[in-house]
Design a protein around this ligand. Structure first.
Ligand code: SF4
Length: 408
């Protein structure tokens, strides 16, 4: 049986938001614009549940990265954040120099609060800017403004307490190439050391999904959004932000260590409603509603992380690994999933075609998406990878070929 290393990373989900943005299908509990996490009964009750889950987790080595995501974690005040950090520290310990990221709503960025979060142990902020255009922000249901983003960034840069990242969304309805160019100008004028850039996706059941069905919303043509992403990649690259993952750009030394755990096939604890964890090679996603999470938490959780099948692990490693600029090393994959290395060194005709079309680069054991074409058509190539794995594990497939060399 494969031996898996113990997680050294933890994700904690804080599901509360003031309101639900029109495109959002995350596990979220809207509390209203005037809600205050410090006095909310719902927040207090949820933090108790989190405490139960974290304190009943098996022990593990000290954490090198923690990511407090959501939702809007900055609905928690510094004291609540400090209690959460103390809980993680008590259960696992924190490694020296651990990266502690917290997502922050730009409307919550005041000096006192930021200092409080820093005092709680947070040392990296992920700022959900999304756009700098106030009417566009209002049209997607966000409550913050461009001024909020700029004043928060001024504080982040002035205090120097945090490493930080700026989130942007391309392809928003109403965005034009000219407005996108202005967005990039405004983003780069803030000198972000890290940018996460996501193309708009419309989740099922969201307000935008409903408006699309009713014909009240039109999306930008895919060629326009692709051109916007390409333009962003050029501009960010020219500013020294290297694209190290499909959606992530960083100055040297500013890549997100926590996210690299996900993409590098590492393991992590996950805590809270809707949170995913990866322990012993197996992903587990918690229920996405408060009632479901509460029932799960208080029900039998034996065998919560059953061992992953070799096939599931291989699919996971390929899908996440190919998101990285460096791609995946197939010989290492074969070691992590006990397979004959030769099984992974022979590409399927579909993947050979992707290579011939310049979407996929195959250099020795390394397989990576090309930039920008491969990244742009990543869904197609990743689907081809899954079909390749299906063939490998089909009866008579190379994964079962005992004549191939055993893994080293
Ligand atoms: S702030 Fe983030 S998590 Fe909350 S509703 Fe908006 S997109 Fe979703």
């Amino acid at each position: 049986m494969m031996a898996f290393s113990q997680p050294r990373s933890a994700y904690v989900h804080i599901p509360f938001c003031h309101r639900r943005c029109f495109y959002c299908d995350f596990p979220v509990v809207p509390l209203g614009d005037r809600a205050d996490g410090a006095t909310s009964h719902s927040v207090a009750q949820y933090l108790e549940w989190l405490e139960q889950e974290i304190s009943s987790s098996p022990p593990g080595p000290p954490l090198s990265t923690v990511y407090i995501g959501g939702g809007t974690p900055s609905l928690l005040n510094p004291l609540q954040t400090a209690r959460l950090m103390a809980l993680l520290n008590r259960q696992f310990g924190l490694a020296p120099g651990a990266e502690i990221t917290m997502e922050l709503d730009p409307a919550d960025g005041c000096a006192e609060r930021l200092e409080g979060y820093h005092g709680a142990g947070v040392n990296r902020i992920s700022l959900g800017a999304q756009s700098f255009d106030n009417s566009l922000l209002a049209s997607i249901g966000r409550r913050h403004s461009r001024q909020d983003i700029e004043s928060t960034v001024a504080l982040l840069n002035r205090e120097g307490l945090f490493r930080w990242s700026l989130d942007l969304i391309s392809g928003l309805p109403g965005l034009t190439p000219a407005l996108w160019e202005t967005t990039l100008d405004q983003a780069l004028s803030l000198a972000p050391p890290h940018v996460s850039l996501y193309d708009l996706t419309i989740g099922e059941g969201t307000v935008f999904d409903r408006w699309l069905e009713q014909g009240r919303l039109s999306l930008l043509p895919s060629a326009t959004t692709a051109a916007m992403l390409d333009r962003a990649a050029q501009r960010l690259d020219a500013a020294g932000l290297r694209r190290y993952e499909i959606s992530s750009y960083a100055l040297p030394g500013h890549a997100c260590r926590h996210n690299r755990t996900y993409w590098g096939g590492g393991h992590w604890w996950g805590f809270g409603m809707g949170a995913a964890s990866s322990v012993a090679g197996q992903r587990l996603t918690r229920p996405r509603t408060r009632a479901g999470y509460q029932a799960w938490l208080h029900g039998p959780r034996d065998g919560a992380h059953p061992p992953a099948s070799t096939r599931a692990r291989l699919e996971d490693l390929l899908i996440t690994g190919l998101r990285r600029s460096e791609g995946v090393n197939r010989r290492q994959l074969a070691q992590q999933c006990p397979l004959p290395p030769e099984a992974l060194m022979t590409l399927s005709p579909r993947l050979k075609r992707d290579c011939a079309q310049g979407l996929l680069c195959c250099e020795g054991p390394y397989l990576r998406l090309s930039q920008p074409q491969g990244f742009r058509l990543s869904n197609q190539v990743l689907a081809d990878c899954l079909l390749w794995v299906e063939d490998l594990f089909a009866p008579g497939g190379a994964a079962h070929d005992t004549s191939l060399a055993a893994p080293v």
